[in-house]
Design a protein around this ligand. Structure first.
Ligand code: AVJ
Ligand code: FE
Length: 452
């Protein structure tokens, strides 16, 4: 909003930290001690680990680093170091209990507020950590990222529902009239940013990338379209899969997206403790990169590269400039995108016309993370900041990039330059995809068009 743009960095940072904390509380106050300390899946930490890890990172960066203070519990650093202990082993750590963890993060936050009030967070502050309140914004994003991880833990948790949110609005009336794909003209565009104050190190620096013209799905691939791929035997035909993807789909016994259950002719799914029919018009969720890639090949198409995705989301052909969001530079509002866990599901494909890109593509930001074809690699001129373990240690062929952000992503951690990454087998994250094709390719599906 215009208000955020004119707000002092310290006020914006405090508001972002408070918003994150309210969400953290809402995700942890709704369950009992057992649910906080249990491991709901070996893929995830106990919720109480995330809770204290949030406070420990805040102590480390805001109280000790930014504030120059001795800190509260430096002895906890090793317990909450994400690199020391994989998620599956975290229940065995000497973790703070729920009451201790809550008291700890509250005590850290008191000191954070004092530090924030005392340090110069102006644009001209020479210390890069503090300028524009960057490190405070970084920690607000960190907490929100863990809130999203805790939301994924809630999705994996078995038991009666504890989360609630209103349903997203129904699809707008013009959805049936949308073209299936939009054209993005060829030419250079500016990828990444050197000016977004709270952009994280992997989004920097801005650099020109030449992207040939291509076609992109107007909306994310829906459950209905994905179900056609399943019905056409997509999981039984190696023709659609990369060799690694085929090996994985066989070994893991994948037959449908995570959480889908066959129900007669159709599909149901468990969603935050409730079972419902899989909605055909909703973007597909909980598919791994291999499944997204296989679907695209079956449809006679491919996943977009990361550069293609960002060009579609940011390039304004009228000015030649890259913008912060598909709709322009204004912070995301509820009219633009499904973000911030306002809803507990993606909105129907074709929603949010006010959030459309200049090409007409919709829902690039929000609803579902979108797998791209690209490995997670540094941009030319990348430098790790402020710590190598945010991005640097992950660069390479092991991780695929996701873009756009899902319904459970906070607006503070969603923008046209934001980069997420995960292993190509991961399905518990809130990931879907859309497909693309080169200029000049017919785009005719090998199976007679499964993009319904
Ligand atoms: C950017 C989502 C891959 O959760 O592993 C949280 C974010 N980094 N704490 C992750 C993160 C450190 C990260 N992802
Ligand atoms: Fe973390």
């Amino acid at each position: 909003s215009a208000a955020a743009a004119t707000q002092a960095p310290s006020a914006r940072a405090l508001a972002a930290l408070e918003t994150a904390r309210r969400r953290t509380e809402s995700l942890t106050d709704c369950v009992d001690e057992h649910d906080l300390t249990a491991q709901h899946s070996p893929l995830m930490s106990p919720l109480v680990w995330d809770l204290a890890h949030i406070g420990n990172q805040e102590e480390l960066w805001l109280v000790r680093e930014a504030g120059g203070r001795p800190g509260l519990r430096p002895d906890l650093d090793h317990v909450y170091d994400a690199f020391r202990t994989p998620r599956a082993d975290r229940p065995a750590l000497p973790l703070l209990g729920p009451a201790e963890a809550r008291a700890y993060i509250a005590a850290v936050r008191e000191q954070t507020a004092e530090v924030l009030a005392a340090v110069d967070t102006g644009h001209d502050q020479p210390e890069r950590l503090l300028a524009d309140a960057f490190v405070f914004g970084m920690l607000a994003q960190h907490e929100q990222q863990h809130d999203e991880t805790m939301l994924a833990t809630h999705q994996l948790r078995v038991g009666p529902p504890v989360l609630d949110a209103p349903e997203p609005p129904p699809a707008p009336a013009d959805v049936a009239l949308l073209p299936p794909e939009v054209h993005i003209p060829g030419g250079p565009f500016t990828m990444g940013t050197s000016t977004e104050p709270w952009a994280l190190d992997n989004e920097l620096p801005a650099h020109a990338v030449d992207v040939p013209g291509f076609w992109l799905d107007t909306v994310p691939v829906t459950n209905g379209a994905y179900a056609e791929f399943i019905a056409a035997g997509g999981y039984d035909d190696p023709a659609w899969w990369t060799p690694e993807g085929w090996r994985h789909v066989r070994e893991a016994g994948l037959v449908a997206p995570l959480f889908w259950e066959q129900d007669g002719e159709g599909w149901t799914r468990r969603r935050f403790g409730r079972t419902e029919p899989v909605p055909a018009d909703e973007p597909v969720l909980h598919v791994c990169w291999y499944e997204a890639d296989a679907y695209a090949r079956w449809a006679g198409r491919r996943l977009p590269t990361e550069a293609e995705w960002e060009k579609a989301a940011r390039h304004d052909p009228a000015t030649g400039r890259s913008r912060r969001y598909p709709w322009g530079d204004a912070d995301p509002g509820p009219e633009h995108a499904n973000l911030g866990q306002r809803h507990l599901r993606p909105a129907p494909a074709g929603s949010y016309p006010q959030g459309a890109a200049p090409s007409g593509a919709r829902q690039l930001i929000g609803d579902v993370w979108e797998w791209t074809a690209s490995d997670f690699l540094p941009y030319p001129g990348f430098t790790a900041f402020p710590y190598k373990e945010y991005s640097d240690v992950f660069f390479g062929p092991d991780y695929k990039v996701l873009r756009g952000g899902a319904f459970g992503v906070s607006p503070v951690a969603a923008r046209g330059t934001f980069r997420n990454w995960d292993y190509p087998i991961r399905r518990q994250i809130f990931a879907g995809f859309r497909t693309a094709r080169d200029d000049g390719d017919s785009g005719t599906a090998a199976q007679g068009g499964g993009r319904g």
